[in-house]
Write a protein that binds this ligand. Structure first.
Ligand SMILES: [Zn+2]
Length: 217
């Protein structure tokens, strides 16, 4: 239950990224009444929960999207542990029991390398510096830029198509020039990205929740 000083009415939401049921209540509302109100919406909650995609595990023979393209997890215990990508396959060896954790670690490292290279590319175009580039796994944002000049991304961007990832990088780098979302900022993003970045934002809004289901056990 989220008690919000800003909420004027009770609100129910099912988070499609986590499958959590979120009940927002105004500060002065009675907790007991709020729970009873939520219980009265049980059918609605169940219908929403049924729409949450099941967690997508990273198991031998399964697939995962890399750069937005399905990649088969091709595992053979006889192969070395080091993970490689080739022709739409994630080639992996080593023990099966920690395969998912190893693929996740590899994805994260690969995301840092790719996002850092693209950040430097756009920073060069924009004529700005970037202090630090890192990745994390936040639920609510795909990227953020601090006033000190550090940029952080969700590693899950490498699961999205290249154009979606690059539009996000252009967005964060443009914040090194404009710390707002004004018209000059949007013009610079379009300039750096070389196209209208709106379809990428829509893609993340629509498909992003599914990326958050990947590798969650
Ligand atoms: Zn922004």
């Amino acid at each position: 239950m989220i008690v919000s000083p800003r909420a004027r009415a009770m609100r129910l939401r099912v988070d499609q990224r986590t499958g959590e049921v979120l009940l927002t209540v105004p500060r002065r509302a009675s907790r007991r009444k709020a729970l009873a109100w939520a219980a009265g919406h049980r059918d609605w909650i169940e219908a929403q929960l049924a729409q949450v995609a099941p967690p997508s595990r990273l198991l031998p023979g399964g697939t995962l999207p890399l750069y937005g393209e399905p990649h088969l997890i091709d595992w053979d215990p006889a192969r070395p542990r080091a993970i490689q990508v080739d022709g739409g396959r994630i080639i992996a060896g080593g023990p099966a029991d920690n395969l998912e954790a190893r693929i996740l670690r590899w994805l994260r490292r690969h995301a840092v390398d790719l996002l850092a290279a693209e950040t430097r590319e756009f920073a060069g175009l924009a004529g700005v510096s970037v202090a630090r580039i890192g990745v994390g796994d936040p639920l609510s944002r795909w990227g953020s830029c601090s006033s000190q000049g550090s940029i952080r991304y969700s590693w899950r961007l490498i699961l999205a198509p290249d154009w979606v990832r690059r539009a996000t990088v252009a967005h964060e780098v443009a914040h090194r020039v404009h710390m707002n979302h004004g018209p000059d900022f949007h013009a610079l993003v379009a300039d750096l990205f070389g196209a209208d970045p709106k379809p990428a934002r829509s893609w993340l809004r629509l498909r992003g929740p599914l990326l958050h289901r990947i590798g969650r056990s």
